[in-house]
Each structure stands twice: as C-alpha cells, then as structure tokens.
Design a protein around this ligand. Structure first.
Ligand code: FPP
Length: 227
C-alpha cells in the first residue's frame, strides 16, 4: 500500500491524513475482494523497517490501525471475513494496537469467508530466520532429523504457515505508487507469484483498478517453470 506520503504531499495534507485516506482505500479493496470471491488478501501495513520513521508518524499509523478495527470489525465479522496478523506484532507495537489486533483475530477466528491478513511489524528475512530457528530447535530436541527438512517444512514454519492455518502462496502481488521493489515482503512465498506495478498512489487506488488488474492477471499464462 505504497504512496500515502506522496498523496498527502500532493494534496497539501499531513502524512497521517495520507495514511488515513490509505485506510479508506484499503477498506474498499477488502469489500471488492469479498464481492469477487478472492480467498486471501494480504496487506503490507507496517514493515520492520518502518520503525525508522518519526515517532509521530509511527504512532499515527498504529492509532489508525486501532481506529480501523474499532470501526470495521463488526462489519468484517458480519461478512464472514477472517482476520489474521502476520509479523512480530506483539514485541514492539503499542499495547492498544496489539489488543485491537488480538480482538479482531479472536472474534473472526471461525469465519470461513475472505481471509484478510495484515502484515504488521513484518519483515520477510526476519520471518525466514525465525522459521529456521524453530526447525533447528526441533532438530536439537530430537523431534526431527536434518534429512526431514524440506521446502514444505520451512513454509510451515513461516508466519504464513501452521500458526496461521497454512496460507497458500500469493498468486498475485500488486504494488502501487510506481516503486518496483519487494521491500522484504513474503520473499519465500512469492517464488512463483505474478507481479503488477501501478503508478497510482495507494489512496487513489480504486476497486475498479484492482478488478482490472485481477482480470489482466486471469489472462496471464502461468507456467511455474514448466512449458
Ligand atoms: C506506505 O506509504 C504506507 C504505510 C507505511 C502505512 C499503511 C498503513 C495504513 C494504510 C493503515 C494501517 C491499517 C491497518 C489496519 C494496520 P508511504 O508512507 O511509504 O508513502 P510514500 O512512499 O509516498 O511516502
């Protein structure tokens, strides 16, 4: 969800107002995902690198996260949406935001509709290191042998793995605002994903543009290394 800052600047608003507008854009994309029957939607809301931003901006983003859950949880739940959090959100994230996220996960845990994953204090390299450590512990404890380690095992030990119900690898990654980078997002999981980059700044990203991208994705020929 890139471009909130530039959108704010363009519109003579504060960065937080930009993130606030970004939150509305996110809400609309969730709704359209639900309508279109998308099974999993993952948003990169806060990366492990985002702590480098000003205290004011970081605090503002988490306040928005609390506001989002307070305003939207009821409707998400009524629409059978299941909320999941990916990342080390318990360690550094403000207490009220952790409580909001936990409440959203707990309330929606038995829902069977769209699964909405929020990557929060998420970094993919840290996720892989954490997964490798968990596997190493199992070897140390004698629960598994080194030869048992395979790709599926590493997948299962990532945030997207067993602890969150084994979320399938993303079929499609969309990055807004003209940047063409992964920025430490789901590095392991995107091995065969399709990528779409749009110049649209995130707050201007509409459900219609999203749907166009999904339609265009549907026409791509995915070979997964085959012919
Ligand atoms: C990137 O834009 C956006 C973010 C770092 C924050 C996105 C957060 C939200 C939309 C609200 C969070 C809501 C929940 C539920 C967690 P940028 O600031 O990097 O834009 P720029 O590159 O133009 O400066």
């Amino acid at each position: 969800m890139d471009g909130n800052g530039r959108w704010a600047e363009k519109n003579n608003l504060t960065k937080i107002q930009g993130h606030n507008q970004g939150m509305y854009a996110m809400k609309e994309i969730i709704k359209r995902s639900d309508v279109l029957g998308v099974k999993y939607l993952t948003v990169y809301a806060f990366s492990t690198e985002n702590w480098k931003r000003s205290t004011e901006e970081v605090g503002g983003i988490f306040k928005l996260a609390v506001k989002f859950i307070a305003q939207e949880l009821k409707e998400l739940h009524e629409n059978n949406v299941k909320v999941n959090i990916l990342g080390d959100y318990r360690s550094r994230v403000p207490e009220d935001a952790v409580l909001s996220m936990d409440k959203a996960v707990e309330t929606t845990k038995n829902n069977t509709g769209l699964q909405f994953n929020i990557a929060l204090n998420y970094g993919s390299r840290a996720e892989i290191v954490r997964g490798v450590k968990k596997i190493a512990e199992s070897v140390k404890n004698g629960d598994i042998n080194v030869d048992d380690i395979d790709e599926d095992m590493l997948s299962m030990n990532l945030y997207t793995g067993a602890e969150n119900g084994n979320i399938p690898d993303p079929e499609l990654v969309i990055r807004t605002s003209g940047e063409e980078r992964l920025s430490n997002f789901l590095l392991w999981q995107v091995a065969y994903s399709e990528f779409f980059f749009t110049d649209t700044l995130w707050p201007d990203f509409t459900p219609d543009e999203y749907e166009e991208i999904l339609n265009s994705f549907g026409k791509r020929n995915r070979r997964f290394g085959g012919r």
